[in-house]
Design a protein around this ligand. Structure first.
Ligand code: NAP
Length: 347
């Protein structure tokens, strides 16, 4: 077993890490950190547990420590669920000696830090060697993308491999858990929709071409399509929905597009990694699916569910569909855990 720690263990994503790692066959939680407000308390007393599952017995009594490498002891891997500004300072310190699998956006776009979805661009992990050399670290940082980006790119990858994608438009309807426990006041979101999420559109526009880019001689050259995003917060607890419009340079049959999406598999499926879904993308035929409440938990929340795949009626060679992905599982904690499982297997 590999001993692991969770940084930001009391938050929304931190709790998902705990839930997903509780019975993990390779990783054992031995350290939990949070802010000074929580440090020194038993985990059960420090966290306002919001998940439907119970707090796992094996973490209840762990004493939460300050988020500092001198306090988080005896672990090989740390999973980071820290706010970006804290992560920017703390993650490099941990990476001196640890593998850091991070959700935070702080280091995602640094040229020597892999931004990885294991099914999509596992080869970007080659950047690790350069990162360690550049920075003189024994450990390293690997990041997973923004929650909306992950679900989008898992559907773009199989299409990108088959068709000439010219442009992508996406309109997101994002769950409140994506903003963290204290993120969106109930008075702002009940009976309402908020048509702005700070810095989100920039991430959803920048990350997909980068993830689908080629890594050559230590440099990622982004894919040559552009993404335009409009991001919105909706009164859903978990599960981001995205309406996706893709302009393709090729003629295509809808049935063939569905087949390409359904058949998509990547390295995690080949290696049968513990958290890997059998079907990364599930395509539904009903006209009223996917819906977050009904579809977010497919394959333990690790699959993206697509529906309403159809031709666009305005432009030629355009396709549109709707997807749902679980933002705190596939879009956050589950994504980091899958990254760590892949690293454990191949590095
Ligand atoms: P959250 O619910 O607000 O939790 C934040 C965590 O960070 C808590 O454990 C908190 O501890 C800790 N923390 C806050 N200030 C700290 C400090 N100064 N030093 C050390 N720890 C501190 O946030 P979240 O939604 O879990 O998000 C965590 C990260 O994941 C963010 O970078 C976010 O952008 C990213 N992310 C979130 C999602 C999502 O769907 N929620 C998806 C993808 C990525 P206390 O309890 O002690 O305050």
């Amino acid at each position: 077993m590999v001993n692991v720690g969770i940084l930001g263990a009391t938050g929304m994503v931190g709790q998902r890490f705990i839930e997903l790692l509780a019975d993990h066959p390779e990783f054992e939680i031995t350290a939990l950190s949070a802010s000074k407000r929580s440090a020194g308390k038993r985990y059960e007393d420090a966290a306002t547990w919001y998940l439907d599952s119970k707090i796992p017995e094996n973490v209840k009594d762990i004493l939460v420590v300050d988020t500092d490498p001198s306090e988080v002891k005896g672990v090989e891997i740390v999973f980071s669920a820290l706010p970006a500004d804290i992560a920017a300072v703390v993650e490099p310190k941990f990476a001196e000696k640890h593998i850091v699998a991070s959700n935070a956006s702080a280091m995602r776009m640094e040229p020597d830090v892999p931004l990885v979805i294991p099914e999509v661009n596992p080869e970007h992990l080659d950047l690790v060697e350069m990162q360690q050399k550049n920075r003189g670290w024994d450990g390293f940082v690997v990041t997973n993308p923004n929650c909306s980006t992950i679900a989008l790119v898992m559907t773009l990858k199989p299409l990108y491999d088959q068709f000439d994608i010219k442009r992508v438009y996406v309109s997101t309807m994002q769950a409140v858990s994506g903003a963290g426990y204290d993120g969106v006041p109930s008075m702002a979101i009940i009976d309402n929709l908020v048509p702005f999420i700070g810095e989100e559109e920039d991430k959803v526009e920048t990350e997909p071409p980068y993830i689908l880019g080629d890594l050559e001689e230590g440099v990622v050259t982004p894919a040559q399509f552009k993404v335009s995003a409009s991001c919105h917060r909706v009164a859903v607890l978990d599960g981001h929905t995205e309406a996706v419009f893709i302009e393709m340079g090729d003629n295509f049959e809808i049935d063939y597009v569905k087949k390409v999406l359904r058949n998509f598999k990547g390295l995690p499926q080949k290696l049968e990694l513990y958290s890997a879904p059998k079907n990364p993308v599930i395509v539904r035929e009903e006209e009223n699916r996917p819906q977050p409440r009904m579809d977010r938990n497919e394959e333990n929340g690790m699959s993206v569910v697509v529906g309403r795949v159809r031709k666009d009626t305005v432009f030629d060679d355009n396709i549109k569909y709707v997807l749902v992905g679980h933002n705190t599982i596939r879009g956050a904690a589950g994504a980091s855990i899958l990254n760590a499982e892949l690293i454990n297997e191949i590095l």
